[in-house]
Design a protein around this ligand. Sequence first.
Ligand code: F0G
Length: 452
Amino acid sequence: MLMEPYRIKVVEPITLTDRPEREKFMAAAGYNPFNLRAEQVMIDLLTDSGTGALSAEQVAAGTRGDETYAGSPSFYRFRAEIEDLTSYPHIFPVHQGRAAERILFAATLKPGQMSLSNTHFDTTRANVELLGCEARDIPCEEARDIRSAHPFKGNIDLAALELFLRWGNVGQVIMTVTNNGGGGQPVSIENIRRAAEICRTHGVLFFLDAARFAENAWLVSQNEREFAGHSPRSVAREMFALADGCVASLKKDGIVHMGGVIALRDAGLAARCEQALIAGEGFSTYGGLSGRDLDMLAQGLREGTDAAYLRGRAAATAHLAGLLTDAGVPVVRPPGVHAVYIDAGAVLPHLPPELFPAHSFATELYLEGGVRAVEIGSLMCGTVDEHGVLVKPAPRELVRLALPRRVYTQSHLEYVAETAASVMKHVSELPGYRLVESPEVLRHFKCRLEPV
Ligand code: F0G
């Protein structure tokens, strides 16, 4: 039975809108959901990042936050928590994940080198490319089949990893847990272990992009025989122990509105990162965060790794995936924890990738029911020429329904599934979209489109 393992103490009203209003809002937003205002959205599944609900204990911890510039006790409480999880000796707070990526990659990559990953997330890729390097994704074979129920479709392709490390100019390997760009699929400890061994043999640094480390640990404890019955926290420790360090957006599994971390084993690398941190983010004991944030994070990391919480969250995601499947909406299987991914390409065969089918489905979810989702298809991941024309489509046309932590109830999720079911009734009539404005990097955030 699904029962959220918390109750609600503070609430926020949802502004109810109707379809004609939403049509006006979407047209004014240039058909880009990132341009909508919060009040124009009824259920916001754009992201699970920074959108979680704080617990009473986190608010209390925030009140204890100490705003001393250097040496705040809030930092030491934060560091103790990260140290307990990772065992890494060098720990720096940063304002969010992408700051950690920018600082670490500038210290590990030289122009012309390659960064390898199961899948780089969009900002991770951008931070690699902005250094004049190539971000190469090598997901495992099973990841290609979105219907397969293989439990670890987030794994990296170990044979490809070995080949690239033998013949290519590789500056780092970064494993994203769970694999957000690849359908929110988890990575097994066995895969992390073997990838780490291969990297060690070739003398290449191996990091985790640990934004959803707790959800990965939960899925390992459920599906990897060696870890059956282990607590998510002990699995997380095992995972971190295999890597040379990590970068993480803590706005996900840390259940805070803002925060991130760089944690490393090597003192020399840490010293290089620390210089860039102080120059660009803030002194080493706050890194762009307030003491309040650091204390809420220390508490959030304890709650985010709690088995009852993770079990409830995974059950909610599976429930939504089940309702969608029952309504004839195909979803990536198996559902992960932070999101359900709709296979929009499969239900919109009349729209070629150049007309951004997944974007069309996401837009219609909003028009139909005020549900905001994000496209993870050719608009986000394809290659577009200088005229805004798609020249290389993404491997899949997906719509991600990301679930903020502790925010929406079962009835909200049922409303989302009903909205998707209504979209399915007229899915063959959905329009395609054409880019009218398109920035060169991270196009999906700022582009404008029009229906065709
Ligand atoms: N790595 C992964 C796997 C992510 O999912 C994200 C952010 C980042 C790095 C960057 O972290 O936002 O704190 O700078 N993902 C969000 C999302 C934005 O919606 O999936 P950040």
